[in-house]
Design a binder for this molecule. Sequence first.
Ligand SMILES: Nc1ncnc2c1ncn2[C@@H]1O[C@H](COP(=O)(O)OP(=O)(O)OP(=O)(O)O)[C@@H](O)[C@H]1O
Ligand SMILES: [Mg+2]
Length: 165
Amino acid sequence: MTAAAWEVHSQSVAETLALGRRIGAAARPGDVVALVGDLGSGKTHLAKGIAEGLGAARAHDVTSPTFIICHEYLDGRMPFYHLDAYRLHGSADLEAIGADEMLEGDGLAALEWADRAPEALPDDRLDVRLEVTGAETRRIALAPHGPRAERLLAAVRRAAGEAAR
Ligand SMILES: Nc1ncnc2c1ncn2[C@@H]1O[C@H](COP(=O)(O)OP(=O)(O)OP(=O)(O)O)[C@@H](O)[C@H]1O
Ligand SMILES: [Mg+2]
């Protein structure tokens, strides 16, 4: 049985960034965040917050001839691999860029449009589903799958609780 999901109602871009920063601050090497949600739901903003939470500022873009396939942030407390499956043709492309190593490696990995590459995802991961609920509001559901993700989510919730006090 997996631990319960946690639902956050973000009222602004700033709140989504702050949630991302908490994830980045609590992450351990090998953690994986699977981001799912419609266009403009806030996946990239959450990932930016995660990079900030790791203390990373500069993204090194890994490009193909036509588009960016991965933003690597290597100047934080651990590497952060920000991947996007939207432009990739499923798991085969992810494999081709060496996503395997990013997803179970020395850092934290976040994959946008994770539902487009389900085979690439490790069993233990934090699923984050973002939904547009208004111009400035987003429902963000965080569901852990596996002990690693449960630890990460518990740490994020603890930090959020402490900030609210
Ligand atoms: N509470 C909120 N949290 C995050 N983004 C918000 C919020 N309210 C409004 N926005 C806006 O929604 C948009 C989210 O864009 P973002 O690029 O993060 O989405 P995305 O899910 O990555 O989209 P895509 O699928 O195109 O990659 C931005 O224009 C941002 O200003
Ligand atoms: Mg995006």
